[in-house]
Ligand binder design. Structure first.
Ligand code: SF4
Ligand code: SF4
Length: 611
């Protein structure tokens, strides 16, 4: 009993001694601006659904997910058994092998013990033998040893029923030593997520891919350790190193330096090396500026992460730091910011270009009496393909007698500036647009925007909240789906594959509406291998469409190839940026070249031809 007591104190002491500095680093990090632990029912639901039921773990990777869930549920089931095991070491065990409840509970735990043993063995084989490349090249010996300890714990528990006398004693000691060795290893391995990830999931920031506000004029984004927030630190220490984010990252898949898992682990390594509030620059040994500017902000990483880690606040925080301190010296980036500042659009064209298009397409000005204010966006007003999409939507709106008008002046929503870390340019553009809309808004006035661009919709709806009250806005897929039954049937139908734009799907959860529109024109609606929540980016987001050449394979070509390989006659998209990217990609790939159409063009093609 004395030996057991000493070992127990030593094990618990070592666990606390190793965990304490980690908790101190999280506590001493900067409080997250604009964050509050509100919306408790939602938080508890996510906790129940994602932690207790392991829904996300299983949904995204069914086989390893179930293996992990078995281990997790086994841990829960073993809580009482483990307490009893320790108590028995002091001769005060409270679960007797003869009692009715105890017998039931031991049998219940044995069931989970078996499941956990199978699960951990499966995970071991996957990590150490199969070794998918997103798990990383480094194989952690400690993690392997922990898996072995868990396996030993389960086996010794299961055989305990059949062991008596000295053999039973030896088995008890093997079980005990495995348990006491396991505990102090937790804080220094990926198994720390056992302790921290439930808190990380409970304290997740509200909303998908939200960019936290800056904390006043002195906040330039993430420059040094002083800028790491408590939520980011907690998330960095909760990473389970599963590589799901990496597996779905378009930048990583196409051979770029960016690896979202390494961004999170880089933050953790920085904190381990320098502590919280350090003045050492964040870019350096653990984080690379080049990598963070390769991010398309597609959100696949955040969507996949089973422990609620939010990569984009870190990636955009780091971009902010580099942009605001002048450390990011990209030629294309500088040109983009100059265009936004001087012309109010990323293409650098004068406002006369927009005026010419408005006049040529006979678009009425919005005067407050129409149902919709048609937001043209930079692509819709200045890009040739974007203009064609707007004109198609206008034809459909006219056919449906939906009244609309356009603003006399419009500036970029600030999407690219925001995601490249230039909050000053973003704020000015958002404010100028809000001022333009002001006369049409207010009590008793109806003002609703409609846009062909998911980036505009997202930026206006969510990001503008930091600047003022955003107007109501919907994407044209929602309008078209609502009116789909009023459109004539398509005369000619074709096989169509629909590409889910990241900013419409993952960002706004709009998957069915565009499909409803496409279905009206399709003889067969083909799904791409990666579709809906798992859709693969076109490569344009996060301002990258305006930056220079990519390293590695091009993201747009990878996706265009995948879509073309479905054999569909037409690729349908619902975002002008996707169109630009695919249009360029289709000229490069050596497969059959499907036509490329926006959903508005598919809907317009169903209308009677005007003479
Ligand atoms: S947002 Fe997309 S591109 Fe950026 S790191 Fe995540 S998965 Fe990769
Ligand atoms: S950030 Fe999330 S998805 Fe990526 S490796 Fe860590 S736990 Fe897995």
């Amino acid at each position: 009993m004395v030996i057991f007591a000493i070992l127990l104190v030593f094990s618990l002491g070592a666990f606390c001694w190793r965990l304490y500095p980690i908790l101190v680093r999280i506590r001493d990090s900067k409080p997250e601006p604009g964050f509050a632990m509100t919306h408790w029912p939602r938080r508890l639901w996510i906790f129940f659904w994602e932690v207790l039921l392991q829904s996300k773990v299983i949904a995204q990777r069914p086989l390893p997910g179930v293996a992990h869930a078995l281990v997790f549920w086994g841990f829960l089931a073993f809580g009482l058994v483990t307490l009893d095991h320790f108590a028995r070491g002091f001769g005060i065990g409270f679960l007797s092998h003869d009692g009715g409840f105890s017998r039931f509970y031991f049998a219940f735990a044995a069931l989970f013990g078996f499941g956990t043993a199978v699960g951990i063995a499966g995970l071991f084989v996957r990590r150490f033998i199969v070794q998918p490349r997103w798990l990383g090249e480094k194989v952690s010996v400690e993690s392997g040893f922990i898996a072995l300890l868990i396996f030993v714990l389960m086996v010794t528990y299961l055989v305990d029923w059949w062991m008596a006398g000295q053999a039973g004693q030896i088995n008890w000691w093997i079980h005990t030593l495995a348990l006491l060795t396991f505990l102090p290893m937790i804080p220094h391995t990926k198994h720390l997520h056992l302790v921290l990830s439930p808190f990380a999931i409970l304290a997740v920031r509200d909303g998908f891919s939200q960019i936290p506000p800056l904390d006043g004029d002195e906040d330039f984004g993430m420059v040094t350790g002083k800028d790491i927030t408590q939520i980011s630190a907690l998330q960095a220490y909760s990473c389970v190193e599963c590589g799901r984010c990496t597996e779905h990252c378009p930048a990583f898949i196409t051979g770029k330096e960016l690896n979202p898992k390494e961004i999170i682990l880089g933050l953790r390594s920085y904190l381990n090396e320098n502590g919280a509030q350090a003045e050492v620059p964040l870019f350096g040994a653990h984080l690379s500026q080049e990598a963070v500017f390769q991010c398309t902000t597609c959100g696949a990483c955040e969507f996949q992460c089973p422990v609620g880690i939010q990569h984009l606040p870190v990636i955009i925080g780091l971009r902010r730091g580099a942009t605001n301190t002048g450390e990011w010296g990209d030629e294309y980036g500088s040109k983009l910011f100059r265009n936004l500042e001087k012309n109010g659009n990323p293409l650098g064209l004068g406002t006369a270009e927009r005026d010419k298009f408005v006049a040529r397409a006979s678009l009425p000005l919005f005067d407050g009496s129409q149902e919709y204010c048609l937001w043209l966006g930079c692509m819709g007003s200045m890009d040739a393909r974007g203009r064609e999409i707007v004109e198609a939507l206008v034809r459909v709106m006219r056919h449906l007698n939906a009244t609309f008008g356009v603003l006399k002046k419009e500036k970029c929503t600030g999407d690219a500036a925001r995601r490249l870390g230039n909050d000053l340019a973003f704020g000015e553009l958002a404010q100028q647009n809000l001022d333009t809309m002001k006369p049409f808004r207010g009590e008793g006035k109806k003002f609703k925007l409609i846009s062909i661009c998911p980036h505009c919709v997202r930026t206006i709806q969510q990001d503008w909240k930091e600047i003022g009250e955003p107007p109501e806005i919907e994407h044209h897929s929602q309008f078209l789906a609502r009116h789909e039954h009023l459109l004539p049937a398509a005369v000619e139908k074709e096989s169509i594959v629909y590409h889910d734009p990241c900013y419409l799907g993952r960002y706004q959860n709009i998957y069915d509406e565009p499909r409803q529109v496409v279905a009206g024109s399709a003889s067969e609606l083909i799904e791409a291998p990666r579709n809906r929540e798992r859709s693969f980016c076109c490569g344009a987001g996060g301002g990258l469409v305006f930056l220079g050449e990519e390293s590695g394979t091009r993201v747009n070509e990878t996706r265009a190839r995948e879509l073309a390989e479905t054999g569909a006659k037409t690729i349908a998209a619902a975002c002008p940026f996707c169109h630009t990217m695919f249009q360029a990609a289709l000229t490069q790939i050596d497969l059959h070249k499907p036509a490329l159409k926006d959903i508005a063009e598919l809907a317009a093609a169903r209308l009677p031809v005007l003479n």
